[in-house]
Design a protein around this ligand. Structure first.
Ligand code: AMO
Length: 442
């Protein structure tokens, strides 16, 4: 039998195992040598097992154990014995100890140190940082959040697709494009699957989603921007308005948060997060009204300007006060703000307005989207207005000439979402190996 099939995780050991021989594996968290007896705290995925070595019983084994550095990896075979002193309620008396990997010392990061290391040191040594249960919890919660997202999309018959991340043209403005060399051509890292997900709306795969990296050469270094983020992209056809798109965004968040309540309960408890799940529908606040709300709170933003980080934050507080809502849509963004978004549909009756929306969570935008312009002539006009080279967008535009249904969709930043679920101060906490202006390794 392969070794890993007969190793028990600490959480799998119960009173039934008392008196029996088991194998456990893990990292040495601590060794306390009292002369004739040594207590090794062996940490695995789920917790800590106390391995108690007695010198008299096996002096060689005793010496070997006591010569180990913390964080060495051991495979221990021994008898489980009930113990009032051990934290788990039992200890393992070793018969055989195999050192699978001896750790060096000094170590780049303490795993159980009381004093926290700074974020840079932690990220530079992420494999060790992740040995802490509360750090791993963030990534289990992230995985569970994505599971809830997928559950909803599957139930609404969306299919998961993958689109290229090496592309010939950007969709979200030139400033944040990463140029790359692609054989003898120049290309870019994809900022968003925008052009492809819209292209698919002309294909009959009329409800798609993708969960994949998106790349932005963000000029500023902030706690909510990274150069490589995970974008949940959704696109659906045969819609009537942006409201149909908002309903999907709402369904996703609701399903995801509810899934967390059960699937991630232990991890949320470990982090002390009391997750609140707002009942849909989430309030809709028109952009114009948001500007007025901010003005009445003493924050002057001109109609047609961006709310900015500070405006979003303030609006979050106001909406909390007025509606008690953690999640809310800002709707009907003015064309002036979405003009760069050449694919956004403007209202026919008032071309200065769009149905575009953001979904904000605790004062931070996490989702952005709306109904697209699906009429070829109007789209070409909007692209010209943006000074785009139409030839570079030929594959995209072509799809609008041979039968393109009305459609819409959104981009949803997974890291920002997780950051807000857990109230983490920095988005980098939600990424295993973050990329930003300075960070390329590990
Ligand atoms: P947008 O550019 O607003 O829209 O991005 C959508 C969502 O992606 C997240 N996001 C980021 N997260 C972390 N770091 C970044 N640098 C970063 N940039 C964006 C945010 C944001 O709300 N194509 C459109 C979407 C669409 O219309 O379908 C787009 O990309 O949470």
């Amino acid at each position: 039998m392969p070794v890993w099939q007969h190793i028990l995780y600490s959480a799998e050991i119960t009173a039934e195992h008392y008196g029996r021989t088991v194998s456990v594996g893990g990292w040495v968290q601590d060794i306390r040598n009292l002369g004739g007896i040594s207590f090794v705290q062996l940490r695995d995925r789920d917790g800590v097992v106390q391995v108690t070595a007695v010198k008299k019983r096996n002096p060689e084994l005793f010496a070997e154990i006591n010569s180990l550095q913390r964080e060495s990896v051991l495979l221990v075979r021994g008898t489980v014995k009930e113990s009032k002193e051990a934290r788990a309620g039992f200890e393992v008396l070793p018969e055989d100890v195999r050192v699978l990997s001896a750790a060096e010392s000094p170590q780049p990061l303490g795993v159980v140190d009381k004093v926290g290391a700074d974020l840079d040191t932690r990220l530079n040594n992420r494999f060790m940082d992740l040995r802490k249960a509360d750090i791993r919890a963030v990534f289990r919660i992230r995985a569970a959040a994505l599971q809830g997202v997928r559950d909803y999309l599957l139930s609404e018959s969306f299919i998961e697709v993958s689109t290229p991340k090496i592309v010939a043209a950007g969709a979200e403005g030139g400033a944040t494009l990463f140029p790359i060399k692609y054989f003898d051509k120049s290309a870019y890292l994809a900022q968003s699957p925008q052009l492809y997900k819209q292209n698919l709306m002309a294909s009959g795969l009329d409800r798609v989603y993708e969960i994949a990296p998106a790349y932005r050469a963000e000029a500023s270094d902030t706690v909510r921007h990274i150069a490589e983020f995970t974008s949940l992209d959704v696109e659906l056809a045969f819609i009537e308005s942006s409201e149909d798109v908002m309903a999907v965004a709402e369904g996703i968040v609701d399903s995801s948060l509810r899934h967390l309540l059960t699937a991630a309960k232990a991890d949320l408890d470990l982090l002390g997060v009391d997750l609140s799940v707002p009942e849909p529908p989430y309030p809709r606040i028109r952009y114009d009204d948001a500007i007025d709300l901010l003005a009445s709170d003493g924050m002057k933003i001109a109609h047609g300007d961006d709310l900015g980080t500070e405006g979003e934050k303030r609006l979050g507080d106001i909406v909390m006060e007025k509606h008690g809502a953690l999640l809310y849509f800002i709707t009907e963004f003015p064309t002036s703000l979405k003009r760069g978004t050449f694919y956004a549909k403007r209202y026919d009756e008032d071309p200065e307005r769009t149905g575009y929306f953001d979904l904000d969570y605790k004062g931070q935008e996490i989702v952005s989207g709306g109904q697209r312009e699906h009429r070829y002539d109007v789209l070409v006009e909007q692209m010209r207005e943006n000074g785009l080279d139409l030839e570079a967008f030929d594959f995209y535009l072509k799809a609008f000439r041979y039968g393109m249904p009305p459609h819409g969709g959104f981009g949803f930043g997974i890291e920002r979402y997780v950051q807000k679920i857990l109230d983490l101060p920095n988005i980098r906490e939600t990424v295993l190996y973050p990329r930003d202006r300075v960070r390329l390794v590990p």
